[in-house]
Design a protein. Structure first.
Length: 218
């Protein structure tokens, strides 16, 4: 996976989600290159760091909405971010996130809109708790603490010490397939999105100790 291949993959994913009527707003990925470093980012320099602040989740979501801090706004309001940094054509870091909407717009006033559409079948249950999902990668050895802070890991629900090891950084296709398969299951299969090509991958970065505990394959 090179910077060029990665940005092409993100663009293809956005187009597929638009065609499947799963995205209602998009920001096409921007490529910024300087001194051998290539960054795939969201245009306009939106406030991504707001997600790390200790403030109510609704305030985080609202700040992202105002700042257009997403590549994809899903039809249910969830934000998808796919940001990568490469150094000398080698992946240096990534930030892949899904931030669900705190509430479904107009659901209380007109729930039939959602109940009639199978796209929403996975998200309208009264027992469902919506939570952010974030895949982080950082190749910097100084930031890696074996088991406690894997180079590639999954964080669920903004818990600061939730770092589930991954075997490798995630490509955009593998990330979006994970999100769609698990959180938009019906739409994933009915719209044929299971055909998204996940053949490209990055080399493993997981340590031997991290393989001995519960982990995911990237």
């Amino acid at each position: 996976m090179t910077p060029k291949a990665t940005i092409v993959e993100i663009t293809t994913i956005i187009r597929k989600l638009v065609e499947a009527s799963l995205s209602d707003q998009q920001n096409w990925p921007a490529l910024v290159s300087s001194g051998g470093v290539d960054e795939i980012c969201i245009p306009g320099d939106p406030p991504l760091n707001v997600a790390m602040k200790n403030i109510p989740y609704k305030d985080i979501y609202d700040a992202m909405e105002v700042g257009n801090a997403f590549h994809i706004r899903m039809l249910d309001g969830a934000f998808i971010q796919m940001c990568y940094r490469f150094s000398s054509n080698q992946i240096a870091s990534h930030r892949l996130c899904m931030f669900p909407a705190p509430e479904l717009a107009s659901f209380d006033s007109d729930p039939d809109i959602y109940e009639r559409d199978e796209i929403y079948a996975d998200i309208i249950g009264k027992n469902i708790v919506h939570f952010p999902v974030r895949f982080d990668f950082d190749a910097d050895a100084a930031r890696h603490i074996d088991v406690r802070h894997p180079k590639s890991h999954l964080t669920l629900g903004q818990y600061p010490n939730c770092r589930i090891p991954l075997s490798a950084p995630l490509s955009p296709a593998r990330f979006i397939s994970f999100i769609l398969r698990n959180f938009y299951h019906n739409a994933f299969y009915s719209a044929g999105l299971d055909s998204i090509n996940c053949a490209y991958s990055f080399p493993d970065t997981i340590s031997a100790n991290e393989r001995r505990i519960s982990h995911l394959v990237g």
